[in-house]
Design a protein around this ligand. Structure first.
Ligand code: SF4
Length: 449
């Protein structure tokens, strides 16, 4: 057990997060000033955040022998930080130097970030700076995954129509409000939960409602998440295709039946294959597949097998997540230290991902991190050139207003002059959302300018 003293000031929270990158909660305790003389690590008298973090990093490295790849960065948006350096006018070499000297990033992560920034700048160069992203959430799933920390409810069908009526009301308002304030939509994303939990008819009406309420003339991308393969039918895919939706996401997570059972997904690998085949036959232009590294009981060869199968199914995008064990998940109740033990396994899996995906013609196009990720790694979206999702880039870089509708939706009003975001949350309980829909609308009327 290590004793660590962090002076009581505004840096303490972030410094504590950095400690957790090196040590499990059971391996250290924060001590007060009365015990600092005996502490193995001691940070005090430092006001500069980066200097304090480097100082702490050096001490922890000496103590544990570790040098985490993401250096002193504890935040979830490292690309945003790198992009800010480019916006300040630094060139790629200067940004590399800043990432190395100020934040201690590994060479591999530096190259990844710099390349992502250059690619994203190219993709977004002709965008309307006033355009917004639109999100509509369907907070229902057939079963709850063991690692889930989202708004996800398992309900009988009769619970769904009242929710959709409230959502349609919010969509109508948002469409009208955006026209009034002269802002267009750039991308639309129906997520969840699992939107394909809806019936084909409900899904058709939802897409049509959005398309008639919102000015679609500036929309570059429309995604519907079709996360659970067991919710995908030919009829729903036809609705999606005939509505002009250009992108869907089918989320296998793993192709191993034992893993799917363990994580609480009620489908088989064959249902995954079948969903991809149907979507391809239906000629949906862009299909994304979400995978997760570090799932319970999986070894690197299991992950390799999953990835090889998915590459064979030929999606345009493959998003490789690292399992994050969030506080609201069932997994953390079962095993609080799970993600600490998984570091080396995940490192190997990510190496396999990078190699196989590069060989298959994919490149990384967006990246983010989460708290409590196995090995403190990252989630990376890979794409075939020209099929990158604008919505995904935008939501991670926080440089655009996102209007989020439905239970659990958190809108973010972006003020570019101050590079600042104002959050406008909806309630996350879907029944309370229905009851208080007028209040949710009122919040948007006031908050979205
Ligand atoms: S599909 Fe997604 S939202 Fe639904 S239970 Fe699983 S992790 Fe949660």
């Amino acid at each position: 057990m290590y004793n660590i003293y962090l002076e009581e000031n505004k840096l303490k929270y972030e410094l504590n997060e950095l400690v957790k990158m090196f040590l499990k909660p059971s391996e250290f305790q924060l001590v007060g000033p009365e015990a600092k003389a005996e502490a193995q690590v001691c940070v005090e008298g430092m006001d500069d955040k980066n200097e304090a973090k480097r100082f702490l990093f050096d001490q922890l490295s000496r103590l544990t022998g570790q040098t985490p790849d993401w250096g002193t960065l504890t935040g979830v948006r490292p690309v945003k930080l790198a992009m800010e350096q480019f916006r300040k006018g630094y060139d790629a070499d200067q940004v590399r130097r800043i990432l190395k000297e100020t934040y201690y990033l590994s060479d591999e992560k530096i190259e990844l970030l710099v390349n992502l920034c250059l690619l994203q700048r190219e993709i977004l160069k002709d965008c309307d700076p006033d355009a917004v992203g639109i999100y509509a959430g369907i907070p229902f799933c057939p079963t709850r995954c063991v690692y889930c920390s989202f708004t996800s409810n398992q309900v009988k069908y009769e619970k769904i129509p009242p929710y959709l009526r409230a959502l349609h009301k919010e969509i109508n308002f948002v469409g009208e409000h955006l026209r009034t304030i002269g802002r267009k939509a750039e991308s639309i994303y129906i997520g969840g939960g699992t939107p394909t939990t809806l019936t084909a008819e409900d899904l058709r009406e939802l897409i049509a409602r959005i398309q008639s309420a919102v000015d679609m003339s500036g929309v570059r991308e429309f995604t519907v998440e079709a996360g659970r393969p067991d919710t995908i039918t030919e009829e729903k895919l036809r609705v999606i295709r005939d509505s002009g939706v250009g992108r869907i996401s089918i989320n296998p997570q793993s192709m191993k039946q034992r893993t799917l059972d363990l994580i609480g997904r009620s489908h088989t690998p064959e249902e995954i294959r079948s969903a991809f085949r149907k979507a391809k036959e239906m000629r949906i232009p862009i299909i994304n597949a979400d995978l997760i590294t570090g799932l319970p009981e999986e070894n690197p060869e299991d992950f390799r097998h999953t990835l090889e199968e998915i590459i064979q199914l030929d999606p345009e995008n493959i998003t490789v997540h690292t399992l994050a064990v969030k506080r609201a998940s069932r997994l953390i109740e079962q095993d609080a230290d799970y993600h600490y033990r998984q570091g080396e396994v995940v490192r190997e899996m990510l190496f396999i991902a990078s190699k196989l995906l590069t060989e298959a013609g994919y490149h990384p196009y967006y990246l983010y991190r989460q708290k409590h990720m196995s090995g403190n790694f990252e989630n990376v979206g890979w794409s075939k050139p020209g099929t990158e999702s604008i919505y995904n880039i935008r939501i991670m870089e926080e440089d655009q207003t996102i209007v989020a509708m439905g239970a659990g939706g958190i809108s973010k009003m972006y003020y570019p002059e101050e590079n600042r975001l104002e959050r406008i949350p909806n309630v996350s309980n879907y029944e309370i959302y229905i009851d208080r829909i007028d209040e949710m609308i009122e919040r948007k009327r006031k908050g979205i300018e």
